[in-house]
Design a protein around this ligand. Sequence first.
Ligand code: FAD
Length: 236
Amino acid sequence: MKYFIVQAHHEAKSFNAALTRAAQTALPEHGHEVQVSDLYAMNFNPVSDRRNFTTVADGDYLKQQVEERHAAKHDGFAPDIQAELDKLDWCDVLVFQFPIWWFGLPAILKGWVDRVFAMGRIYGGGRWFDDGYFAGRRAMISLTTGGGRGAFSKDGISGDIHAILEPVNHGILRFNGFDVVPPFIAWAAAHVDDERREGYLRDYVERLLTIGETEPIPYPSLDDFDPKTLRLKKTD
Ligand SMILES: Cc1cc2nc3c(=O)[nH]c(=O)nc-3n(C[C@H](O)[C@H](O)[C@H](O)COP(=O)(O)OP(=O)(O)OC[C@H]3O[C@@H](n4cnc5c(N)ncnc54)[C@H](O)[C@@H]3O)c2cc1C
């Protein structure tokens, strides 16, 4: 399989980087291919504006989705975005690798999503959820946390980690059609001992290697929703 890892960490010696290196070593040993976008190392620009495009639909008023639809028709994405789109088209599996920052994605990764998942190219015109662009492909979050597992449980001080990750799993990955498998989480990566961290590295590789057989997070199908109200159809 072809794995595309998008990594957001500013330190090459970080545990996030170690997880990505483990994937880059292990996956080819098992016959898989890997591409990595190391966003800080690439100096990826996360700011979404006219620099997303080489084309212009309306020079007076910047409406991102209008420009995206125009760029999609006229081969008008800037080279940095086009390169990421090419990697997305290439992959069978997309992995977001990041440290949780303020209960969410580091800004550089959120900016990558804002700029790269473009209307008319990746979504729009009826392409979403089950009918999304990436239908049949898989995605997974791999994150590290500062807090431990207990802090992110339902009665923990930070609240349920799955609720915290839902905007990414549902609102970004599932929205665009991926089958999203449960996240890999290296809890309290900076506060555990080396043995535990080595265990995380082994467990992560195992999760990547078995991703094809991992049961995705269940989401309702488009058919379950009333097409007008976009609310679940009444079953009675
Ligand atoms: C802006 C910001 C917001 C944050 N918000 C939150 C939040 O909302 N919730 C929360 O819980 N946390 C939060 N944090 C904490 C953050 O999530 C953690 O610091 C981060 O997840 C730890 O991962 P890391 O890769 O940075 O670890 P690092 O500190 O880089 O690494 C941890 C340890 O792993 C070691 N290591 C590196 N490579 C290897 C290897 N190959 N084998 C074994 N050990 C290795 C390193 O030497 C280090 O000792 C926040 C941090 C910041 C800066």
